[in-house]
Write a protein that binds this ligand. Sequence first.
Ligand SMILES: [Mn+2]
Length: 404
Amino acid sequence: MNDQPVRLSRKAGARSRPAPARAHHPDFNARETRGWKALEAEDKLPGSAWAREQKWALEMGLPGAPSLEDRTIPTFARGELPHFAGINTFLKAPYVENIRDVAKYDAAVLGVPFDSGTTYRPGTRFGPQGIRRISALYTTYNYELGVDLREQMTLCDAGDVFTIPGNLEKSFDQISRGVGHVFASGALPIILGGDHSIGFPCVRGIAENTSKRIGIIHFDRHIDIQEKDLDERMHTTPWFWATNLPNVPAVNLVQLGIGGWQVPRPGAKEAFRRQTNVLTIEDIEEYGLEKTAEIALELAWKDADAVYISFDVDSLDCGFVPGTGWPEPGGFLPREALKILGLVCAPGICGLEVVEVSPPYDTSDITALMGVRVAVEALGSMCAHGTLGKHRSIIDKPIDYEKA
Ligand SMILES: [Mn+2]
């Protein structure tokens, strides 16, 4: 760059050279950045549900001390604020004590505290508690998506399924009933595991309430489709059993991020035999995130009527998820997995599980926080695309679990 003054004309004398145009920068005056568009989206969001929550909190929690200037603050913490206080349901959503009331909500979070399917590190029975606890950190608003879950949908916390430690089969029966009940009620089930053995009973609970065909998009480092492990239906086996269900064919199973040194060969053989759709991290790097999501959607939805999402937090590089049962290097970066997750949830899903969060091995709650993020990212994507509630169209043979 020549910063020397340049003589433009005899009359003008010496003047500075004009600054070169920085055409490679976004035009901030035209407000074309995503950062700005997100602010525009926020400006259009309503705040009425928040106003209702504040009013309710005051009614429930007594007016605050006269010395407080903010008269919306109650004496007892109720609702979202403050983030460090209160009884932690997921995102401080209302706790549904009578489980029949889940029908009144668009989506219901339910915990499946179960780790008897674990074959290495246990502790995922504390997953739902850990995820709920750190979910207190979150608001209901997402900046980039321009969505506010509180304003755009109704969410409840249905509490936990009563699982039976040490008994896979009885627990599976309980889990299928619990997930099936929530699904049949019309609320979208958002399931907090638990180890990955719950994948089979969760999908079974949904599948038995519909005659329609269900595809699965599975985020994992592990292939999880062998018949048995250590003589039982452990957390390495859910897709063997789920894709044996008549309306959950293996050709609609898409497995993202599989690889490394922890994939049991019996699982690889079974995936080969059933022709599931596996993309490794290198495949995904090559195709890119958008194209990967496109491929996943095409395969999972091929001749199917709904798609279920199974997100194992160990699909991420273990540097991001120390609190998990089988940590493995070389997986997704959080932003990669979240991007793909948002894209595959955009057309609507019939259920989501986030599994393998093990708080006893966690550091600073980062693995549990990822679990929260998976759940809200899926809901946020569906709110942004207007697809929340689409799953209701496939509930064509709801089971009455009071009688069944
Ligand atoms: Mn896994």
